[in-house]
Design a protein around this ligand. Structure first.
Ligand SMILES: [Zn+2]
Length: 337
């Protein structure tokens, strides 16, 4: 029961997967698929309806990174068709959550030859979910690194360890010096951690630091939700997530509460953007940056104590009572790690 409620809370608070509250008229609405925006040259981003969809136009066709919530395929295609006549030729999913692979099926049904690419662990989580849509299953996976295409169409995929889940891919477009980072970075605030699919607050800064070292020549970072950030923005975010874990360790050892750790973190003005107390635009259904920081401090405490993580969607017992919509592709109870 607790687990079911917890998952429902992830759906509403964290991933905005079904917008159940919105559909019932009992909460703010998750924005629909938005208007395509140029990021740089042949690279575009479509916001709304779940995670960002990135559009990379190559000689052979259109590569999509993530496909939003279910039933947004047509809206995505309409946006793509405003900038190119080329067909969708490949889909890369940054991770397993259904607000990122929910509309794979629309494209796969129309063109079964479309290849879906994701990290090996993402395939594992899709396979483990009896309610997953078959089109969420990758046709091709990678473990540490792989390259797709060549020349100006080249895409490099990297994996550096656990964070939001344990299957988060970095998708790099070297020719335009840009990268998709999935939900390792979303809304430029402490990310939601999904322990049910291997996510970890403690591992997150290690993963981000490895990426900062291992990936070269990237200037623009397309977040999993929200806007396009910069490499400097990613550096500041990495430092913030490192500081959060460091403060959690010291505060826990000193017998302090997570709220006291939060106060400590707030003393560093460098991190002010990650500690804002207002809801962000288009995230009215979610939490404030500061509330997310507190959530991740609570998660860090539980991970450090070796406890099962139960606080990743908010304080214990405070999960909203919504349930996923019938037939939704929200993750079913995943197997234990
Ligand atoms: Zn996610």
């Amino acid at each position: 029961m607790r687990r079911a409620r917890c998952l429902a809370a992830i759906v509403v608070v964290g991933f905005g997967v079904t917008g159940v509250a919105a559909q019932r008229g009992s909460g703010p609405r998750i924005p629909p698929t938005g208007t395509i925006e140029k990021v740089r040259e042949n690279l575009y981003k479509i916001p709304g309806a779940g995670g960002n969809t990135t559009v990379f136009i190559t000689a052979d066709g259109v590569v999509l990174v993530d496909t939003k919530l279910a039933n947004n395929g047509e809206a995505i295609l309409k946006q793509v068709q405003t900038v190119t006549d080329k067909p969708v030729s490949m889909i890369i999913n940054t991770h397993v959550h259904p607000d990122h692979n929910g509309s794979n099926d629309y494209f796969k049904t129309a063109r079964p030859m479309i290849e879906i690419v994701a990290h090996e662990n993402t395939k594992k989580w899709v396979t483990a979910n009896p309610r997953a849509n078959p089109a969420m299953l990758p046709d091709r996976t990678f473990t540490d690194r792989t390259t797709l295409g060549k020349g100006k169409d080249r895409i490099d995929l990297y994996y550096f360890g656990a964070g939001h889940t344990n299957g988060d891919a970095f998708v790099v477009f070297p020719a335009v010096r840009a990268m998709c980072i999935g939900d390792l970075m979303a809304w430029n605030m402490a990310p939601l951690i999904d322990p049910a699919t291997g996510g970890s607050v403690i591992a997150l800064p290690d993963t981000l630091e490895k990426a900062m070292k291992g990936i070269k020549n990237v200037e623009l970072v397309i977040e999993g939700h929200g806007s396009v950030n910069t490499w400097d923005g990613l550096r500041a975010y990495t430092e913030f997530n490192r500081a959060l874990v460091n403060v959690a360790k010291v505060s826990l050892a000193g017998g302090k509460a997570p709220e006291q750790a939060l106060d400590q973190l707030a003393t560093n003005t460098k991190f002010a953007v990650f500690m804002k107390e207002e809801l962000l635009k288009d995230l009215e259904y979610g939490g404030t940056p500061k509330s997310r920081a507190l959530i991740n401090l609570n998660v860090a405490y539980q991970e450090l104590k070796g406890e099962p993580v139960t606080t990743n969607v908010g304080p214990r017992g405070a999960a909203p009572p919504q349930t996923p919509a019938p037939g939704s592709t929200a993750p079913a109870t995943p197997p234990a790690r």
